[in-house]
Design a protein around this ligand. Structure first.
Ligand code: ZN
Ligand code: ZN
Length: 373
């Protein structure tokens, strides 16, 4: 068997990585290698490797042991709580990230609510200048009547008498190979560890209700396409007093007809006539906020960029703004009157007698390329 890679290396982190960094790295890599989305042959193996690294490093006890002893020999039976066979079937990728994960836990322990994701499409300029909006998201919240317990007001859920609250039952079977002990979810309480005798009528005993919840969102100026805003505690309600999950708002920015954006900088193209660039001109340019005057010097070539400092997008973190870059595109007229044609012919005849240093070197270079130099 190939030698195991260092768990930190697997997640691309240093030994001092914080819990948050570990979680982030895991989410990113698990998304990348999840067999639902990645069809490469080694995706499953990679995914398991990432999962194993995360399982160990996200548990402070196991992480401390790993930091001290490294990979424990699996033959000693005290590995990081992971073995190939344990990992039967991959859940739906959405469940993975937004379902709080599996694992055997105390059925009575508080459980954090699920995270939710909402995609919000905004106009180009709304992303530049920021926006406030109310969105409505359907989410599961704790029932107000029973405060999430599921029991009718005035009553309380009782500890299950069969499993004594553990939610698990041991089933002993005698087989030709000896006694086998299986653990399974308690048949009386269904693994919850508690029995609700009188159910809350609002939520039918689930402790949860579906609500359309209006949430006020502040999109900061300067967000870009794909940005993710986290609204702490605005996800689904937790169980048994656990904290609520978070709401992630993914920003999609609509393209603009005239402006293009690259980070904090804005790009645009302006069409100019041959006469404008040859003789020079002063033109008006739209920026994100206003019109500004731009001087086009005589002899400007097509493809030349002009920069308007500070006319770009406000920086999301920090002070200042990007720039606006304006590319000159000289437009060749496609329809000419006879008089215009005559004048151009006269111009061409005159032009042929003159030498232009810049253009000369340009034509020289092209001639050399034709010769194969
Ligand atoms: Zn039970
Ligand atoms: Zn209720």
């Amino acid at each position: 068997m190939a030698e195991k890679r260092d768990y930190y290396e697997v997640l691309g982190l240093g030994k001092n990585a914080s819990d948050d960094e570990i979680k982030k790295a895991y989410r990113k890599l698990a998304r990348q290698y999840h067999p639902d989305v990645n069809k490469a042959d080694d995706a499953e193996a990679k995914f398991k490797e990432v999962k194993e690294a995360y399982d160990v490093l996200s548990d402070s006890g196991q992480r401390a042991r790993y930091d001290q002893y490294g990979h424990v020999d699996p033959n000693q039976g005290m590995g990081g709580g992971f073995s190939g066979g344990d990992f039967g079937g991959f859940g739906d990728i959405f469940d993975m990230f937004f379902g709080g994960g599996g694992g055997r836990r105390d059925p009575n322990a508080p459980q954090r609510g699920n995270d939710l994701q909402y995609t919000m499409t905004v106009e180009f300029k709304e992303a530049v200048f920021g926006k406030e909006a109310d969105i409505t998201i359907p989410r599961t919240e704790n029932c107000d009547t029973c405060f999430g317990s599921g029991a009718k007001p005035g009553t309380k859920p009782e500890t299950c008498s069969v499993c004594h609250g553990s939610g698990q039952q041991e089933v002993v079977q005698n087989t030709p190979f000896g006694r086998m002990v299986n653990r399974r979810a308690c048949s009386q309480c269904g693994g919850k560890g508690q029995i609700i005798k009188e159910k809350c009528s609002t939520c039918s005993g689930s402790g949860k209700v579906k609500k359309q919840r209006k949430i006020h969102v502040k999109i900061p100026a300067g967000v870009d396409d794909g940005a993710q805003l986290r609204m702490t505690g605005e996800g689904e309600g937790g169980l048994r007093g656990g904290p609520s999950g978070d709401l992630y708002i993914v920003i999609r920015v609509k393209p603009h007809d005239f402006f293009e954006r690259e980070g904090d900088d804005i790009y645009c193209e302006i069409p100019l006539t041959f006469a404008q660039v040859a003789l020079g001109d002063e033109i008006e340019i739209p920026t994100l906020t206003e019109k500004v005057k731009l001087k086009i010097p005589a002899g400007t070539q097509t493809g030349t960029y002009f920069r308007l400092k500070g006319k770009g997008v406000p920086k999301l973190r920090g002070i200042g703004q990007g720039d606006q870059h304006i590319k000159v595109v000289v437009v060749t007229p496609s329809k000419l009157s006879d008089e215009q044609k005559d004048l151009l012919r006269q111009f061409a005849a005159l032009d042929g007698e003159q030498t232009h240093e810049n253009e000369q070197s340009f034509f020289d270079r092209m001639k050399r390329a034709f010769r194969g130099d």
